[in-house]
Write a protein that binds this ligand. Structure first.
Ligand code: NAX
Length: 327
């Protein structure tokens, strides 16, 4: 049996975590031969609820679950961890402006970045799910100067999966037929779901759908899918978000499929002209536990340039709004 890996999850008593922890513990994230120790972080008032979740985890008697830590102290939760799924975040309250939300979360993610810097494994892989995910990832990364900035990522896999499913539905195919989807930019309504490189059953996706549908229906529906779920369900995406988080980590750890890629919010080194240092969603491949941005995607059309710049602009504005909190 392999040595257990340590996986931290924050917001562990929340909705997404409830749909996620049991799957991590059953081996769906890191493999059916990989034991895990779950290190669960919550705020103090939610520790009782967390205790209930832990009781349920125990009652599943998962063979791969080698231990559980439950705490309200980030330095305990992040001690020696190999993976961190940062799900817990401050939701937007009544009367809260976007700037207030950014600041409230900046405080949380700067403290968690510092704790990761202090106590996590030097190779820790961090996924930020809590919104605003890209900027929260940036804040955590900037507060962890001793860790490689490449180890901090933000989740756009849910957007990627939504975009695949919508396209499969429209072209009367299945998600297995859809390859090379791209979400560029921010996990927000400015994201750019790009079909330029995408294929369905080996055929260019843009030959199979009309341009009008792509621009006026498809792109806005992918961008607004989260809001549509809230409207229909009365609560935000939880199971699909959990599924995407598990998929993001599994791909990062175990690799991408041949001839395909995924979308990940990762540190920009200036690729595709995107400002260095932003956490921007790019098409990525993963091998040996490392990601790389796919080179050479055609972004030369005015449409792509404009959409990629708009979401970059939003990320720059988010970064500027919390600049006074960045080291
Ligand atoms: P919930 O409100 O159900 O759960 C959040 C949990 O986080 C709560 O239990 C809360 O006590 C805890 N928490 C708050 N501050 C914390 C802190 N400082 N340390 C540790 N725990 C803390 O929300 P849920 O539905 O689980 O959503 C969690 C986050 O995911 C939200 O920010 C949400 O906006 C974001 N999402 C991100 C998505 C993405 O694609 N990147 C999609 C789904 C989701 O909307």
């Amino acid at each position: 049996m392999k040595q257990p890996l340590r996986v931290a999850v924050t917001g562990a008593a929340g909705n997404i975590s409830y749909a996620m922890l049991f799957r991590i513990a059953s081996g769906e994230m890191l493999g059916k031969d990989q034991p895990v120790i779950l290190q669960l972080l919550e705020i103090t008032p939610a520790l009782d609820a967390l205790k209930g979740v832990v009781m349920e985890l125990e009652d599943c008697a998962f063979p791969l679950l080698a231990g559980i830590v439950q705490t309200d102290d980030a330095n305990v939760a992040f001690k020696d961890i190999d993976y961190a799924l940062l799900v817990g975040a401050r939701p937007r309250g009544p009367g809260m402006e976007r700037k207030d939300l950014l600041e409230a979360n900046a405080a949380i993610f700067s403290a968690q970045g510092k704790a990761l810097n202090e106590v996590a494994s030097r190779d820790v892989k961090v996924l930020v799910v809590g919104n605003p995910a890209n900027t929260n990832a940036l804040i955590a990364q900037r507060n962890a100067p001793d860790l490689d900035p490449r180890n901090f990522t933000a989740m756009t896999r849910l957007d990627h999966n939504r975009a695949m499913a919508q396209l499969a539905g429209k072209t009367d195919s299945t998600v297995n037929d859809v390859k090379k989807m791209i979400i560029w930019g921010n996990h927000s309504s400015t994201q750019y779901p790009d079909l330029t490189a995408c294929t369905v059953n080996g055929k260019p996706a843009l030959d199979l759908v009309d341009r009008e549908w792509y621009e006026a229906t498809y792109i806005p529906e992918v961008q607004q899918r989260g809001a549509a779920i809230i409207k229909a369900r009365g609560a935000s995406s939880a199971a699909s978000a959990a599924n995407a988080a598990i998929a993001h980590m599994r791909t990062w750890a175990l690799g991408t499929d041949e001839n395909d890629w995924v979308s990940m919010g990762v540190y920009s080194n200036g690729e595709y002209g995107i400002a260095e240092g932003l956490i921007y969603s790019f098409p990525c491949t993963c091998t040996n536990g490392d990601w790389s941005i796919v080179d050479g995607v055609d972004v030369s059309s005015d449409f792509s340039k404009e959409k990629m710049a708009a979401t970059e602009q939003e990320l720059s504005e988010e970064r500027d709004a919390v600049a006074h909190l960045l080291p």
